[in-house]
Write a protein that binds this ligand. Structure first.
Ligand SMILES: [Zn+2]
Length: 329
């Protein structure tokens, strides 16, 4: 329904309204548009009568919260690298002053200090109360390719999805996500199904939206000659900014349990790490068209080893490596 029709519909007599209604009912598409228009009007009216901002309302009407975790860290800014101001116990009440990409700015007590806490720890009363920086990190995991883009192909298959790179990148990011669950970090997957994210800016936009602290894109490699190349490579793009070079090397140093050789941290001109201004790496976890590498890639236990080593690397990165880098800047 366009604007003019809406006015006629509103001002016209009952007979005319019935006529328009019959016309609408004859055509299912205009009916859907009309229903959408009514729904949009209802939403608009509801938003006009809402008194609190919707972001604050979800926590409580009085904008106060009670901490569920055994211990909650308060920092002087919305991210894990800001200085720690306090560690608060379970049941501590806080006033919410502001909210930014998953973090809450809070006041402790009636007239107390102000600081920031990681908002995702409030949703889970079983959070162990980990107080290291890793628990406050937001990590974006990207499963390379997907949907109409299969990625690399294995030696033996061209049409069977079991031989597509996109299948193994998705399996791998899910295993990494599960391996990170106990750390308390917020883990975001760019895709959790067989779909294509295109253009590639859709992937880098996810890191921006969540204000991610690390971006990791998972791939499996391919060489023009089958069985002619083997190994794992940690790619970075930015060397002098964003600490991507240091993150790639930290991950390389923790891939100590892999049965496939490591080709080392290398420069790679890939969109998702080039157009990314946070610590960002693209990991090629073996060659899909190398029969030996592919045997490992297909096995759950290889991918689990990748996930475990990467968890150790990220814990070292957030708790030890990156805090020292920050001081030297
Ligand atoms: Zn790939």
């Amino acid at each position: 329904m366009n604007f003019n029709t809406a006015i006629i519909f509103a001002k016209g007599g009952m007979r005319y309204n019935l006529h328009v209604l019959k016309q609408i009912l004859k055509k299912p598409v205009p009916l859907l548009i009309s229903a959408g228009f009514v729904f949009a009007c209802a939403l608009l009216i509801m938003s006009l009568y809402a008194t609190d901002s919707p972001t604050l309302k979800i926590f409580s009407s009085a904008n106060t919260i009670r901490l569920q975790a055994a211990r909650t860290v308060v920092r002087n800014g919305p991210g894990p690298m800001y200085d720690q101001l306090a560690i608060l116990p379970r049941n501590q009440r806080l006033t919410v002053l502001n909210r930014a990409h998953g973090w809450l700015q809070v006041r402790i007590g009636a007239r107390g200090d102000e600081g920031w806490i990681a908002g995702w720890h409030l949703d889970n009363s079983s959070t162990s109360g980990t107080t290291d920086r890793m628990a406050e990190a937001t990590i974006v995991l990207d499963a390379g390719h997907g949907g109409s883009d299969p990625g690399s192909l294995a030696v033996d298959g061209t049409t069977d999805p079991r031989y597509f790179e996109k299948t193994y990148t998705l399996k791998t990011v899910r295993q990494i996500r599960d391996a990170l669950a106990s750390t308390g970090a917020r883990v975001i997957l760019t895709r959790n199904s067989d779909r294509l994210l295109w253009p590639l800016s859709k992937i880098t936009d996810i890191s921006k939206k969540y204000h991610a602290d690390a971006f990791i894109s998972i791939h499996y490699d391919n060489f023009q000659v089958a069985n002619a190349a083997s190994g794992v490579t940690e790619y970075y793009y930015h060397r002098d900014t964003s600490n991507s070079y240091e993150l790639a090397n930290t991950i390389k140093d923790h891939f100590t349990n892999l049965p496939i050789a490591n080709r080392g941290a290398q420069f790679g001109d890939f969109y998702v790490i080039r157009e990314s201004y946070l610590p960002s790496v693209l990991l090629e976890m073996g060659y899909l068209n190398n029969t030996n590498d592919f045997q490992y890639i297909q096995s759950d236990s290889y991918r689990q080893t990748v996930a475990n080593d990467l968890r150790n690397a990220l814990e070292d990165w957030f708790n030890n490596v990156q805090p020292k880098l920050k001081k030297t800047e």
